[in-house]
Design a protein. Sequence first.
Length: 356
Amino acid sequence: MFQNIFSSLIDGILLVSRDLTIQKSNPAVEEMFRRSKDFFEGHHISELFPVQPDIQNKIERVLDTGISYRDIECEGFQISTATPFPVSLTLSPFLGQDGQIQGVVLLVKEMTLLKELQEFSRTRDNLSNIESLALGMAHEIRNPLGGIRASAQLLRQELENPEQQEYLDVVISEVDRINRLIERMMNFTRPRELNLKETNIHKVLKDITLLEQEAVAQKHIRLEQVYDPSLPHIQADEDQLKQVFFNLIRNAIEASSDKGKIQLVTRVSTGYSIKTSHTANPGQSIVVEIIDSGMGISESDMKNLFTPLFTTKSKGSGLGLPISLKIVENHGGIIKITSEEGLGTTVQVFLPVHQR
């Protein structure tokens, strides 16, 4: 019975001996780490949790003192794909029949889905906050701006000095810029209907790369396009998707150094399912990847990427990514961004083939 319970648990169980080698594991561990137990049983625990000495230190402390640890966040390591993934560990002493500590039991909980749900919830909260902010700004700022612009235009007509007229041109220009910023923020509060039609995502990408070819040439960037020729058409609003990929590709260009490389990749999504309130059983989806070889994004900046008005650019508005996310979500899709400082950034846009 205990063996059946051990094998039925959906969380991983590892028994580690006093010399820190793995003695036993359940099938859930094999699933998490994508390796048969024959591969890692008898090996050092660091092979599953590499470059994390704190984990080994805590296991040794359990062996020495009998103390237990709960909810230790760290990274597991899928050996076959060299892919890290978030896990939570609980460490408990394993007692023999004589009551002495013979090893440590590790309860391993896979946290990828929870982390994604937390990130999704945080992003939705940010978008909700900007909706309230946009409404308030529209009412409190746009009317005074209209008065300022009209007064500046009238005063400009009365002045004959070209230099003074130039000052007023700057005032009018800046007022128009603020109005455009508010208009973009209002996109969050104005439901924008999708003009759905059969869309070839490769045509969308081609149109954007044509627009950006001068910027690519100026920085001598190598643009690689790896497209799946069998990719199905999707039901989408082509104009709105062009806005999304214009923002994302422009970001990749700006992040890339001279003579850098950008890859545009399309494929049918096999490892990620899109679920919405209307689709309990998600259907087929495609993914577009924009991969740059720039300096990457810091961990602190990653947490704020979709926060409206947050930007690391001197002339950025901080609205490009939030607006892009809203458009993609309106299509029933999702955006995922992964990055590591010094190694570049990968943006994945998942889109359903059929709207429901």
